[in-house]
Design a protein around this ligand. Structure first.
Ligand code: SAH
Length: 259
């Protein structure tokens, strides 16, 4: 009988940010196919001696699927290790469909996505009461076109938190879309490169007007998250609407109201 293939989220870069479940699987893996240099460290840190570890950077999807199937015929546990969460820009379904067709069992272990890691690095919150309660995870069109109705200008009309992946080289397009959607020139924008990656993380805070120049000065051209959000900088605001959950006057299932 063939082994099982696990699509494991490695987290955003820091090897300690993989889940306990993901690490446990790596520790018993017979083979690991990893995506990208950030994930390399996680794989090699936790894999057992003798584990077949291969970088997928020069492989086509077909070659990756063939390798995974071949390894599943040799080992009980085979891992496809991906950055962040496997379900975000991870070509997950393209890989699982041929596995199902080949009768190979598979499962997904979620990971900490880089949007969460970037906001954590900057000490920022994705949501704030009465400011925004919505987060959009998106990108601008590169070689992959955006489906109708999902262009950044339309999404930005919501004035909620926008976490923009895969778009740092298209920062000028991000700026144009936010302007067209009515964001002010002094709207705060956060860019984090290599969030959580030990010793390499860069955090740039700017505004819609100056974020591109600041990123150029910081020499950020890849592996970066762009966050546009009305919550940015809230740690320094004079006043804040409190979260109802912790308000003394707000009762819920686990606590009686006191005031
Ligand atoms: N599945 C991944 C996303 C893969 S797409 C996840 O959930 O995070 C690759 C994009 O993710 C990059 O272009 C960048 O925008 C973002 N990214 C990945 N790792 C990052 C990190 N450590 N810091 C900032 N952005 C990162």
């Amino acid at each position: 009988m063939a082994g099982k293939i696990w699509f494991v989220g490695a987290g955003p870069g820091d090897p300690d940010l993989i889940t306990v479940k993901g690490r446990g699987l790596i520790e018993q893996a017979g083979a690991i196919l990893f995506a990208g240099s950030l994930v390399d460290q996680t794989a090699t840190r936790y894999a057992p001696p003798g584990c077949a570890i291969r970088d997928s950077k020069d492989m086509t999807l077909e070659a990756m699927v063939a390798w995974l199937i071949e390894q599943a015929h040799r080992h009980a546990t085979v891992i496809r290790l991906q950055t962040g969460d496997p379900g975000l820009y991870g070509a997950l379904i393209e890989m699982t469909r041929p596995l199902t067709a080949a009768g190979i069992e598979w499962s997904v272990v979620p990971g900490v996505s880089s949007a969460m890691a970037s906001m954590a690095a900057a000490g920022e919150s994705l949501t704030l009461p009465e400011v925004t309660q919505t987060v959009i995870l998106t990108r601008v069109a590169g070689r992959t076109p955006m489906p109708e109705g999902e262009d950044l200008e339309s999404l930005a009309q919501h004035h909620c938190t926008l976490c923009i992946y895969l778009s740092i080289t298209l920062l000028h397009e991000v700026q144009a879309a936010l302007r067209a959607a009515g964001w002010c020139e002094d709207a705060p924008i956060l860019v984090v490169q290599k969030a959580s990656w030990p010793g390499q993380e860069k955090i740039v805070r700017g505004t819609l007007a100056d974020i591109k120049r600041k990123c150029q000065e910081a020499k950020i051209g890849s592996q970066a998250m762009i966050v546009a959000s009305p919550t940015l900088g809230a740690a320094d605001w004079e006043s804040l609407v409190r979260s109802k959950l912790y308000d003394p006057g707000f009762a819920h299932r686990f606590r009686k109201a006191s005031a």
